[in-house]
Design a protein around this ligand. Structure first.
Ligand SMILES: Nc1nc2c(ncn2[C@@H]2O[C@H](COP(=O)(O)OP(=O)(O)OP(=O)(O)O)[C@@H](O)[C@H]2O)c(=O)[nH]1
Ligand SMILES: [Mg+2]
Length: 285
């Protein structure tokens, strides 16, 4: 979050709120990966507040910048909690961090004394099952997989059958790349339908994993997924790999989907439930 810290210390300088200041503020937000549209929105809102409250220097706008960012991060989506079996479908472009996120989630729920089952619905790549299998072994939890090339919907069916009434949480890994045989979006929709057949309203959560280091590209990737599936939450992985934490704000603003978790490293503990207040405070502390 270094670039944000730069903005914060810039504001703390007590600068005159002239045109030059606003142009420079906008530039700094863009640099921090907040995205052009979201930057303009924030800066316009601040201009308004400056007029309304007759603010005279940049220190005075800090509370308004914080509030504006908090408002953007306050989007919500309904989660269909199911007491019998809580199902989480994890989706996203290849390499963004889905499998690692699943290990982190599984570890988190295990810590809450939940019984977790993993399912590998990426049946195209043997490596994908191996990777999830290694995590399952390390965490000492079960995993369901299909034969190589099997129908991902059929694997989801097996998984929900074996988890039902025996486990608390089912977390499903999916492919991130389009394969010749199926259209990826259709495949993901099918997995969803299979889950809903067994459990009304399932999957409870659809988590879209985005890679923070891809910046604004993460946003264009996300649009294809959110257009096709009801995504309930965003996971921003690899936030440790960028000094531009602004992507968090751009994503929440443009997709209107809450950020649920952030990934900050490759280990299972390198993971946090996203806390918007803490995030904003950390920028301006
Ligand atoms: N630094 C860092 N690396 C991460 C994080 N999350 C995942 N990675 C790394 O990113 C790479 C890809 O992660 P995966 O979890 O395999 O990504 P995936 O989306 O499952 O990839 P595919 O299955 O190929 O679609 C791995 O080397 C992970 O260790 C994170 O929060 N921080
Ligand atoms: Mg994977």
């Amino acid at each position: 979050m270094n670039l944000f810290k730069k903005i914060s210390s810039y504001l703390k300088r007590g600068l005159k709120l002239d045109e030059e200041f606003f142009v420079s503020l906008e530039e700094k937000l863009v640099e921090a990966d907040v995205g052009i549209l979201t930057c303009k929105k924030i800066v316009n809102k601040i201009r308004e507040e400056v007029r309304k409250h007759k603010l005279v220097d940049s220190t005075a706008i800090i509370p308004y910048v914080k509030k504006e960012i908090l408002d953007i991060l306050s989007v919500e989506r309904e989660i269909n909690f199911n007491s019998q079996l809580h199902t989480i479908l994890v989706i996203g472009v290849n390499g963004t961090g889905k499998t690692t996120t699943i290990a982190k989630l599984a570890n988190y729920y295990k810590g809450l004394k939940k019984d977790v089952l993993l399912a590998c619905c990426d049946t195209y790549r043997a490596a994908s099952f191996t990777q999830l299998g290694i995590w399952a072994d390390r965490l000492n939890i079960g995993i369901v997989k299909g034969a190589s090339g099997a129908d991902p919907g059929a694997v989801a069916y097996d998984a929900v059958e074996s988890a039902f009434e025996k486990k608390n949480i089912l977390i499903i890994d999916t492919a991130g790349r389009q394969h010749t045989k199926y259209n990826l979006m259709e495949e993901l929709k099918k997995i969803k339908r299979v889950l809903a057949k067994k459990i009304e309203g399932a999957p409870a959560e659809v988590l879209l994993v985005l890679d923070a280091t891809t910046g604004q590209n993460a946003l264009s990737q996300a649009r294809l997924f959110t257009k096709n599936l009801d995504v309930t939450g965003i996971v921003i992985a690899k936030l440790d790999g960028t000094a531009k934490g602004g992507i968090v704000i751009a994503i929440a603003d443009e997709l209107k989907i809450p950020i649920r978790y952030i990934g900050i490293g490759e280990g299972v503990e390198d993971f946090n439930i996203f806390n918007k207040e803490k995030f904003v405070d950390s920028i301006f502390e």
